[in-house]
Design a protein around this ligand. Structure first.
Ligand code: ATP
Length: 349
């Protein structure tokens, strides 16, 4: 896949408190859905506004299809960047009907053809029959689809989406996410989504950049950032995990409080490791186990298809996530068994 958007050392500070976007570098490929995932206030919206041209960069560059759009010396106006934008609150024009909202930006098409084409795009997003309504007469999910239709109608190569599903309830969010993904893929467009919702990024994006305090800590596929986090922040932000230190001697196997454990890579010295709760399981102790092998169940959370246990072992607490056939009660004695390798984390980046 060819590269469509390239961000190089993109930097922005609003005041003396330092950069809120700090030397970001990444690229988005053609027909790729890319998510920037991070906690509230880490600089995600500012990053999107720099790419779209609503904000000026202090340093770095934004290129689309090899063309420089933004740098401290260059600024192409937002309307000339060929980028679609879906705002967090959709920002539909309240006084225009649905079809007029979509036709509004189609300035490259002769006037008499704009409504015909806008209707076609609305049908693609499942909103054809609502074309004469005003935005105030639509539900949140419907407004979201009109906003998407408006963003994709001028056929931009790239669509930017700022927390696009956060105003929808949980059920609608999931179905709208699937529909939007398939609309973007079928249209052959690339999308850059920013969100603080891990599940959204994991299920919607082809690749994810995990952002913390203005910087990117890791870029990878959803599986890579979830299963092979590089830092403590990424491990903890992507889901629940167990963190512990080991003393490693240059190979992939170490002795831990839980017994011998494999690591995802060779490590030497004191290393911080992460293992996801679902990569541990519980067993009943038998006669070969001594007191130091045995932990105690503190609590259990039954959730139908799976169970989360909290276990105290050697004075440390562990989270263990099992399927619903592994049944223990609080105060039961258990052995904690690793099912997968633990991941070695960088303590500082
Ligand atoms: P959220 O998920 O809550 O929307 P975010 O990750 O998108 O957060 P930004 O909106 O990019 O974060 O804000 C990053 C930081 O920059 C915040 O501390 C914010 O207060 C600050 N900031 C954003 N815009 C401005 C501005 N125009 N002037 C001054 N500070 C700003």
């Amino acid at each position: 896949m060819n590269e469509l958007l390239r961000i190089k050392n993109l930097t922005k500070a609003f005041d003396e408190n330092g950069p809120v976007v700090d030397s970001l570098t990444f690229e988005v490929k053609e027909n790729e859905i890319f998510a920037v995932l991070g906690p509230s206030g880490c600089g995600k919206t500012t990053c999107l506004r720099l790419i779209s041209g609503f904000e000026r960069a202090d340093g770095g560059e934004v290129h689309v299809e090899g063309k420089l759009l933004e740098s401290p010396e260059t600024h192409v106006a937002p309307q000339d960047r060929g980028i679609g934008f879906v705002f967090q609150d959709y920002a539909l024009f309240p006084h225009l009907s649905v079809i007029e909202n979509v036709a509004f930006g189609l300035t490259d098409i002769p006037k008499h053809k704009r409504h015909v084409y806008a209707e076609e795009v609305l049908c693609r997003t499942g909103m054809g029959k609502y074309q004469n309504r005003n935005p105030s007469e639509l539900s949140g999910g419907q407004q979201q689809r009109v906003a998407l239709a408006r963003a994709i109608a001028p056929k931009p190569k790239l669509v930017l989406l700022d927390e696009p599903f956060s105003n929808l309830d949980a059920v609608l969010r999931e179905s709208t996410r699937k529909e939007v993904r398939s609309i973007l893929k079928n249209a052959g467009m690339s999308a850059l989504l920013v969100t603080h919702d891990q599940e959204e990024a994991l299920s919607f994006a082809d690749r994810i950049a995990v952002m913390n305090d203005g910087q990117i800590e890791q870029i990878g596929t959803p599986e890579e950032v979830y299963f092979q986090p590089k830092t403590k922040f990424v491990a903890q932000f992507l889901g629940r995990t167990n963190l512990f230190h080991v003393d490693a001697f240059g190979d992939e196997e170490v002795m831990t409080a839980l017994g011998a454990m494999r690591l995802n890579c060779c490590a030497k010295g004191r290393a911080l490791c992460s293992i996801r709760p679902e990569h541990l399981t519980l067993e009943k102790p038998n006669e070969i186990h001594t007191e130091t092998d045995i932990g105690t169940v503190v609590s259990r959370e039954f959730r139908g298809h799976d169970i989360t246990y909290r276990v105290v072992f050697n004075g440390e607490r562990y989270l263990v996530h099992t399927d619903n056939r592994v049944l223990f009660e609080p105060d039961d004695e258990v052995i904690i068994k690793p099912l997968e390798s633990a991941v070695v984390l960088q303590e500082d980046i």
